[in-house]
Write a protein that binds this ligand. Structure first.
Ligand SMILES: C[C@](O)(CO)[C@H](O)COP(=O)(O)OP(=O)(O)OC[C@H]1O[C@@H](n2ccc(N)nc2=O)[C@H](O)[C@@H]1O
Ligand SMILES: Nc1ncnc2c1ncn2[C@@H]1O[C@H](COP(=O)(O)OP(=O)(O)OP(=O)(O)O)[C@@H](O)[C@H]1O
Length: 284
């Protein structure tokens, strides 16, 4: 029985924008890998009707929190499908470690962990596909955390092909600014027409992120961080930022550079994982 449910972060090892749909959403080719670093959630289920979040995040109203929204949506769906009743309730605790708005997918991961945990604890018996479909309405990255395997994501992020990239060690740095996803996607100078490539072509090319130029230009700290890290190792932006990561073949090499980081850099070291910590625990 899991007591503390892991909610790991992710990195976008590459991110290419291949077009834009009529509804404004961008079509992508992006490689998701999990990291062995993240938040943890606790769930105490009861029959008291209410969904209560005891550790809310600063500046996010409880009803806006993706954890609360995921629980609400699952409960509403369960009532509609006659799999659960009005009385099902839960008290949720959150131990937040992932920086917010950092491109590490913390909110999406929290929503996915909530859907998976409550599906089990409320005995609803939805499939992973059904949970991913509920999750997609909460955020483009929720399905990848529901499926729990490193994947190439296409479409707007919901078409997933499992892949197994090398599980490197990363030095992940946060520039102290949060970049809202729309700020990058609305920028007129964002490259939007990178040619679509096959999985094999992508996996054997060198990797980059189409959002990096805009993030560097608009956020000086992102630029400074990347300039610093690039002196030591291949480094890139994750997602739409704000975090950046440098990749290493060993933990020792990552920690050696961590020890050199100046005090203005907030960093941590984490290992890449092709199966998420949550799914590893679920299969134990
Ligand atoms: C691009 C990624 O960072 C890759 O990890 C994520 O898919 C973004 O996920 P997110 O921050 O959860 O973003 P969402 O809440 O789904 O979307 C926020 C906004 O970003 C824009 N957006 C998002 C995803 C996408 N493929 N194209 C977009 O244009 C849309 O304007 C959308 O309203
Ligand atoms: N449980 C939650 N954890 C983190 N952020 C949340 C949560 N619930 C709502 N939010 C809101 O979502 C915003 C984005 O948070 P998140 O940490 O998921 O961003 P991100 O790492 O940039 O995600 P992505 O890589 O998917 O773009 C936050 O700034 C916050 O306002």
């Amino acid at each position: 029985m899991i007591k503390r449910w892991p909610s790991p972060g992710k990195l976008n090892l590459f991110l290419y924008i291949t077009g834009q749909r009529e509804d404004g959403y961008h079509t992508l080719q992006t490689l998701f890998q999990f990291i062995d670093y993240g938040d943890a959630l606790t769930f105490n289920v009861d029959q008291k009707h209410r969904i209560t979040l005891i550790d809310n995040i600063d500046n996010v109203a409880c009803e806006e929190n993706l954890i609360y929204r995921a629980a609400q949506q699952l409960k509403a769906r369960a009532i509609d499908d006659h799999r659960g009743d009005e009385n099902i309730g839960v008290t949720i605790g959150l131990d937040k470690k992932l920086p917010m708005g950092g491109g590490l997918g913390g909110g999406s991961s929290n929503a996915a962990t909530t859907l998976i945990a409550l599906n089990q604890l409320w005995k609803l018996n939805y499939s992973r596909e059904q949970l991913a479909e509920i999750g997609l309405k909460l955020g483009a990255d929720v399905p990848i955390f529901i499926h729990g395997h490193a994947a190439l994501a296409e479409g707007i992020g919901e078409v997933l092909t499992p892949v197994t990239p090398a599980e490197k060690w990363y030095l992940i740095a946060h520039p102290g600014v949060s970049i809202p996803t729309p700020v990058i996607f609305q920028d007129p100078e964002l490259p939007r027409h990178t040619p679509r490539r096959s999985v094999a072509q992508l996996m054997h090319s060198s990797w980059s992120n189409d959002c990096e130029g805009i993030a560097r230009k608009r956020f000086r700290k992102v630029d400074e961080l990347l300039n610093w890290l690039l002196e030591y190792a291949p480094s890139r932006l994750t997602g739409t930022g704000a975090c950046v990561f440098a990749e290493f073949d060993s933990e020792a090499a990552a920690r050696q550079v961590l020890n050199l980081t100046p005090s203005w850099m907030t960093c941590f070291v984490a290992k890449g994982a092709n199966v998420s910590q949550l799914h590893r625990q679920l299969s134990e």
